[in-house]
Design a protein. Structure first.
Length: 86
């Protein structure tokens, strides 16, 4: 997927929404301000983060990484909406 080519730090969660009775989706922007709509199950980030859940403020991801012992473990990562203060 396109967003797998970006570091998570380069992506910005700009909004989440839910149609009546449907699952949550999120809008994520890349470094060029291009927006993408993502859903649970999509992959984003260079470490293959899989979206597990989306709510009103947060996208929850699980990445598989190697620990110091060389074992593959799951690491939970979140993208959260930033508040804009005037």
């Amino acid at each position: 997927e396109v967003l797998e080519y970006f570091d998570l730090g380069a992506l910005t969660l700009v909004g989440t929404f839910q149609k009546k009775g449907k699952e949550w989706v999120a809008s994520i922007e890349d470094t060029s301000s291009k927006a993408y709509i993502v859903r649970r199950g999509n992959y984003i980030g260079k470490r293959g983060g899989r979206i597990e859940k989306i709510d009103s403020n947060t996208v929850y991801l699980v990445e598989q990484i190697l620990n110091p012992a060389g074992e593959v473990i799951d690491r939970q990562v979140t993208l959260t909406l930033s508040e804009v203060n005037d």
